[in-house]
Design a protein. Structure first.
Ligand code: NDP
Length: 386
């Protein structure tokens, strides 16, 4: 029988919810590219419940224990003596979420001889050392598309929040003020601006589609070009690289995975080539942006605003400079973990586990590493160090 080790973020500080703001979530059966939403044989949760925290257990306990497997769920993931490290040596499966990542480093993978499968309950498997997973024959899978639209909506929200100066204006209300001039002295319309995405995969394309009606000029760069009809429909300008694109933009959104080609991409040099007063939104991964270079660019005014929900490390320490830098709209890593998204990635995690236990192939679109190589979606979108 297998030990399944699942690392989830802690429950709300006031305890696991007894009731919810809404009684249901819309049922999404498929995605923009025709891919179907997860199709497990069943689920043991009600969509709309909090599944991503420890007590939610991704709704997996009944299913796994029914098959005789052991499920360990913890949020204790840091340091040699963490519950995660204590259970890792005999775990067959590790499940983790990018929001509260259990970093599966090469050292940790070496200490887990039984490990066969690392599941990302969500999208983005950069918390797993993919080279080490390849070397040790560990399969890495994620629930592709499960929260792509969730993130795209968050990106659009953050672009509008920054450009229109929403958060500081809201703060004036909380503080009892009516300071219109203070609010509007940094407030603009998005209409007419140039907006570019670094990567036009599932999230990047969803962002482009949602922004098109705002009357903006849309730009993108990606390793693979979008079909000509999509470029035409959205009136997209393609650029060969981020370096070529960003000088042409007022707003830049980052939607690429973190891998050797994207780590540290937004450094002092690239930021200095952007238009003065550009807004930068990064919901992809914190390490794609150089932490201190972002602070410098905000302080100098080179960036007019920075927002996102991804940091390094996660959780971000209390003294992380992005908490206090000027003109930011940061949140904890939440964009892909709405209750709506949780229902999909919990079901997708169950689907991947069912494939593993029944010996049926995991959908190629879920695979990042398999059979000792990048595979499926991973072969398309990731790179390795070697
Ligand atoms: P996709 O795999 O659909 O898209 C990623 C795109 O990035 C692909 O089109 C890929 O290109 C492109 N890409 C990869 N490397 C580069 C590069 N060096 N330069 C330009 N483009 C590049 O993934 P999603 O859109 O679903 O997700 C993207 C990322 O967003 C995830 O990897 C994750 O890090 C992050 N994410 C964040 C979430 C959150 O809650 N904040 C939730 C979900 C995801 P191609 O394949 O054409 O080679």
């Amino acid at each position: 029988m297998a030990k399944v080790l699942c690392v989830l973020y802690p429950d709300p500080v006031n305890g696991y919810p007894k009731e919810y703001a809404r009684s249901s979530v819309p049922r999404i059966s498929g995605y923009a590219d025709g891919q179907t939403a997860p199709t497990p044989s069943g689920v043991d949760f009600t969509p709309g419940e909090l599944l991503g925290s420890v007590s939610g257990e991704l709704g997996l306990r009944k299913y796994l224990e029914g098959l005789g497997h052991e499920l360990v769920v913890t949020s204790d993931k840091e340091g040699q003596d963490s519950e995660f490290d204590r259970h890792l040596p005999d775990a067959e499966i590790v499940i983790s979420q990018p929001f509260w990542p259990a970093y599966l480093t090469a050292e940790r993978i070496a200490k887990a001889p039984n490990l066969k499968l690392a599941v990302t309950a969500g999208i983005g498997s950069d918390h797993v050392d993919l080279d080490a997973a390849i070397k040790h024959g560990v399969t890495v899978a994620e629930v592709t598309f499960s929260n792509s639209v969730s993130v795209a909506e968050h990106v659009v929200m953050m672009i509008l929040s920054l450009v229109r100066n929403y958060l500081p204006s809201h703060q004036w209300v909380l503080d009892g003020g009516w300071n219109i001039a203070d609010c509007v002295s940094r407030s603009y319309d998005l209409e007419g601006m140039d907006v570019g995405t670094v990567a036009a995969g599932r999230i990047g394309t969803a962002v482009l589609r949602r922004l098109a009606p705002f009357g903006v000029r849309l730009h993108y760069t990606d390793r693979h070009r979008l079909p000509a009809e999509v470029e035409e429909e959205l009136n997209l300008t393609f650029h060969e690289s981020a370096q070529a694109m960003v000088p042409n933009c007022d707003v830049v959104t980052v939607n690429a995975p973190l891998h050797p080609q994207t780590q540290g991409l937004f450094d002092d040099r690239l930021l200095s080539t952007m238009r003065h007063g550009t807004y930068l939104i990064n919901t992809a991964r914190g390490l794609i942006c150089d932490r201190d270079a972002i602070v410098r660019a905000l302080e100098s005014g080179q960036l007019a605003g920075y927002a996102g929900d991804v940091w390094y490390p996660q959780p971000a320490p209390a003294d992380h400079r992005w908490r206090t830098m000027p003109h930011h709209g940061m949140t904890p890593h939440i964009s892909g973990s709405s209750l709506s998204a949780q229902a999909r990635y919990a079901a997708g995690t169950r689907e991947i586990l069912e494939s593993h236990f029944t010996g049926t192939p995991v959908r190629p679109e879920y695979l990042i590493v398999d059979g000792g190589a990048l595979a499926g979606a991973g072969a398309h979108s990731y790179s390795t160090k070697s």
